[in-house]
Design a protein around this ligand. Structure first.
Ligand SMILES: Cc1cc2nc3c(=O)[nH]c(=O)nc-3n(C[C@H](O)[C@H](O)[C@H](O)COP(=O)(O)O)c2cc1C
Length: 247
């Protein structure tokens, strides 16, 4: 089994590891042009972004050739998944990908413009992550056929949230004097959108994933509008693992 994942703050790498099998980073597969994937089972694991599939995962699904009799997909989200299943199925249909199983799992919400991280961390026990992961793991072992569908009206929410991608997100970042030019932000960026020249310079291809902000060892990067300076990385994942995944 091959599990292909995208992560910014570790939740999806943790899920990928917990499912068993070999795991591969989607941004890395794209950068290395490794687009022919064959396995008895193939999994795609991603964070829900704006009620849908992140751009980098969509790009991978558009370009790759997945050969497997059982393709499963897991979307991890922090609060509301809304139109994610419909967006995923649109992408799959367009690319002739047969998805046998799609499920979602609630994890810690890392979206700083809306959520205060310490409050989100307090909600973690109630999300019953281990229990839900066990259910999903069992489903995959048994090759269950199941698609968790979001309500049809959620497409509207997805369409309105998608507009976030039109903004020049790079102009939302600010860097304070704690920055020591360590380049962690450059290395955790999944789409090579940051170049450190003394301090980070943000270009115009941002994935919005917030990896640079959450993983900055100096807490030097922030958004102009965010709820608090608290940061998050999944407790079972190290900074080096995220660097290895996205660099
Ligand atoms: C740009 C962005 C958009 C997000 N949109 C949603 C959303 O629409 N619904 C939701 O429940 N969580 C949303 N989240 C939260 C993440 O999906 C969630 O925290 C995920 O588990 C993070 O995975 P990671 O740690 O592997 O990066 C969003 C996060 C980011 C950074």
């Amino acid at each position: 089994m091959k599990v292909l994942y995208f992560t910014a703050t570790g939740n999806n790498l943790y899920i990928a590891k917990q499912l068993g099998g070999e795991y591969y980073s989607i941004p890395k597969l794209l950068k290395e042009n490794q687009l022919e994937i064959e396995a008895e089972k193939i999994g795609i694991v991603f964070p829900v972004f704006y009620s849908g599939v992140p751009k980098v995962v969509e790009e991978f699904l558009n370009k790759s050739n997945l050969k497997s009799k059982y393709i499963f997909v897991i979307g991890s989200y922090g609060s509301f998944s809304w139109g994610t299943s419909r967006h995923l199925l649109e992408i799959a249909e367009r690319n002739n990908i047969k998805i046998s199983y799609y499920n979602e799992i609630l994890m810690v919400d890392n979206y700083l413009p809306v959520f205060e991280m310490n409050r989100q961390l307090k909600k973690e026990p109630g999300k019953k992550i281990e229990e839900n992961l066990n259910i999903i793991r069992k489903d995959i072992v048994e090759e269950r056929n199941y698609i968790k569908m979001n309500a049809a009206f959620a497409k509207i929410i997805r369409a309105s949230q998608m507009k976030q991608y039109d903004n020049h997100f790079d102009s939302n970042f600010k860097v304070n004097s704690n920055c020591n030019g360590c380049k962690v932000c450059e290395k955790v960026c999944p789409v090579d959108n940051i170049k450190v020249k003394g301090k980070p310079v943000f270009h115009d291809n941002c994935e919005h994933c917030l990896a640079c902000i959450h993983n900055c060892p100096q807490t030097a990067i922030s958004l102009k509008k965010e709820k608090s300076l608290a940061r998050f990385r999944n407790q079972n994942v190290t900074l080096n693992e995220i660097i290895n995944a996205n660099n």
